[in-house]
Design a binder for this molecule. Sequence first.
Ligand code: S3P
Length: 445
Amino acid sequence: MKLSRINGPLKGELNVPGDKSISHRSIMLGAIAEGVTEIRGFLKSADCIHTIGCFKAMGVDIEEEEDVIRVKGAGLRGLAAPSSPLDCGNSGTTMRLISGILSGQAFPTRLIGDSSLSRRPMKRIISPLTAMGALISSENGSGCAPLSIKPSELKGADIHIPIASAQVKSAVLLSALYAEGETVLTEPVLSRNHTELMLSSFGADISPGSLDSPTVSLRPGNMLKAQSITVPGDISSAAYFLGAALMVPESEVLLKNVGINPTRDGIIRVLKAMGADLTFLNEKTAAGERRADILVRYSELKGTEIGGSLIPSLIDEIPLIAVIATRAEGDTVIRDAAELKVKESDRIKLTTENLRRMGADVEATSDGMVIHGPTPLHHAVIETAKDHRIAMSFSIAALASSDARQTEIKDAACVSISYPGFFGDLDSLKDSPLSPHILVHRQEP
Ligand code: S3P
């Protein structure tokens, strides 16, 4: 994909697609609940389609219509043995979360993934699940996929995980549904809590943790009851348009119905600290998940420091934040983010190398990076390693570049992992008129 700098501002409004984390969980809980779960706003991206595929392979009837997905729940004990290995594609969320459910089944399973997923660390779920009695192993002994899971008796346990990770926490909580006795899990900082919120609405006996006390406990025994779920827009997808509007002068964009769960809103807090003009409109909460329309206007930005407990709430947005930081006056320092090295690619390496290719003044550190701004960005050839977040972050950098030549984003089709319509949505903001919502909002004092 070749992208040119944009000559005019970005204007208009957009409904970004459904939240990826919530979409995965809605299929998983729907599949093991009693009754029919209806999901609206589901993200039809490659990752979430792999989750659907895994549960269909275990006999779950999943009806996919244009606007609604219907999952006919098999109940906690109603999944059937698949006839071949379950393919998780590129999706770490699918592999890690489903391992928790599979550890409690009466049949063996194998989990496989693509070459990127087969390099990602799985010991982080193997260890706590083993502590609960699961028979789960890395088949080649590398600590990575393929994984083999055999039937076992699970016991509730007191688990402390060393890194804040919603995927590890969720694997443990899902296996705890099948264990004898209570499971208590403590993480260093509260990671995204969509599993806890959704388990609670499905009727599980769960006491969620909080930002002040990141300990969650679950007592097995309750059956899960099917729910109607409306998935909010994904803040991680909305982030690219926040970035684009903040980097292209005179832009003004309204992003509608975006999930703003406090365990995911780090990008908002950071952009506000950098001086971004962001306004929340129509805030509401449904099924425990906060949502709002976000109005973003082009702003002059200043550098900031990002680390500590903020990191889990914006981990997927860091490549984009680094791109935006090239526009900010002064240094932006990102630390405590070594997890970036084990995402779909090594995101510290790829982000800093690509930024340098575009002319930015940036250094990689062992757990983050430092961006010295402001520097103009120029065209380049961008290596993505088929990492969707790198491809989208650098598409925004290309739009905001200062020379007229095109930037090439290699393997740009990988955006379909989380956002199949990304380039179309970006185009739709290029010559759009101002929306009535924005005009009305402008007249307010
Ligand atoms: C996710 C959790 C995060 C995040 C990933 C989605 C989830 O990973 O980076 O994109 O849906 O639970 P970790 O739990 O490994 O931090």
